[in-house]
Design a protein around this ligand. Structure first.
Ligand code: KG4
Ligand code: ZN
Length: 337
């Protein structure tokens, strides 16, 4: 099956054409335009601005994605319908509905968080890439979500834990602001850390909230407050900013990995699957790779971690959630499961 997929939940406008490839999904085209730079001067996303940028980008992005594709070969149009920002979502959903109607193709609705998870099924032409083995513990970490899921099989997913307050990505964004680094916080924190030598002793210490509590709950807002206090009494030279960034990133990674391990133990599951924008994080990826056997660890390729439409197409192919009429309404607060 070949699908045109559209993604506009937040500040990325994306379109992709993907097709089934064995048990996985192959990407034919993948176009992403981001308005992150426009938001940088505000230190975070301004929803109204994001929606306006979506309107500007949606048609050029789709045109580029289907440039060399025959419309006849496309069997369905898929779109993320939530969670996300209402204005941004409306642009993608309404565009998808119009295309499905005029091309006379079925419409497939996709939960954006399911799409992040489905990024693990993208194999491209890499015949070495192993499709995730289920059951697995899903660690879904994005700007709005930090969820631990028990993924029993492709249909059955149960929420078993997650953050009480800030999502991991949101914590990165807030930490970056505290340290005077730009939005989005994850990539700029990662960049600040690059200059720190691996053998440098870090004088800064931050807490690992809830790490020893025997439950699958997490909390990142206290960590942000602790960073803020430490930053207030520190001379924020670029060296200190890098060291504080590293300590913050390490604290988040430690909590995420510890709670994932607890979930695996509690549910007797050997496999772990990572998803969401924070899945791009270098320290998190390295520590996961050194904590788990690679045959049990599934991590999307870097280019499919942040918001993109290839993952939406992958979820559409895996879940086939057809909408029989064109009444699809965006749902900004849709849950992961
Ligand atoms: O999944 P995503 O692209 O959008 C949402 O669905 O929210 O996630 C965006 C979040 C942002 O908070 C961003 O700071 C974070 O992912 N992020 C990262 C990295 N790249 C993006 N966090 C840590 N390290 C990164 N390399
Ligand atoms: Zn996302």
């Amino acid at each position: 099956m070949k699908v045109l997929a559209i993604e506009t939940t937040c500040d990325e406008t994306a379109a992709a054409v993907v097709e089934s490839f064995g048990d996985g999904v192959k990407v034919v085209t993948n176009v992403v335009a981001s308005s992150a730079l426009v938001h940088q001067k505000y230190g975070g996303i301004v929803p109204e601005v994001a929606a306006r940028e979506q309107i500007k980008s949606i048609i050029p992005v789709i045109n580029e994605a289907i440039e060399n594709i025959s419309i006849d070969s496309i069997e369905a149009v898929a779109v993320s319908y939530g969670p996300g920002l209402m204005g941004s979502l409306l642009v993608g959903v309404e565009t998808a509905k119009v295309l499905a109607k005029t091309w006379n193709k079925p419409l497939i609705k996709v939960n954006h968080m399911e799409a992040h998870i489905a990024a693990n099924w993208i194999v491209d032409n890499n015949t070495e890439k192993v499709i995730p083995q289920l059951p697995a513990i899903g660690l879904v970490v994005s700007g709005g979500h930090t969820d631990l899921l028990l993924m029993k099989n492709s249909k059955e997913k149960i929420w078993i834990g997650g953050t009480r307050d800030d999502a991991a990505g949101e914590a990165f964004d807030k930490a970056a602001r505290i340290l005077g680094l730009s939005y989005p916080g994850g990539p700029s924190i990662q960049k600040a850390i690059e200059v720190v030598q691996s053998d440098t002793i870090n004088p800064f210490v931050l807490p690992r909230p809830m790490i020893f509590e025997k439950n699958l709950e997490m909390s990142f807002s206290g960590l942000k407050a602790a960073l803020s206090k430490l930053a207030e009494k520190t001379d924020l030279t670029s060296e200190n900013v890098s060291l504080l960034a590293k300590e913050f990133n390490s604290a988040v990674a430690d909590v995420l990995i510890r709670k994932s391990l607890m979930a695996m133990e509690q549910y007797g599951v050997e496999n772990i699957l990572l998803a969401g924008g924070v899945a791009a994080n270098k320290i998190l990826r390295e520590r996961l790779l050194s904590s788990f056997d690679s045959s049990h660890l599934f991590i999307p390729e870097l280019k499919y971690c942040g918001d993109n439409a290839a993952m939406v197409g992958a979820a559409a192919i895996l879940n086939n959630d057809f909408v029989s009429n064109l009444t699809l309404i965006p749902n900004p607060s849709l849950m992961t499961v």
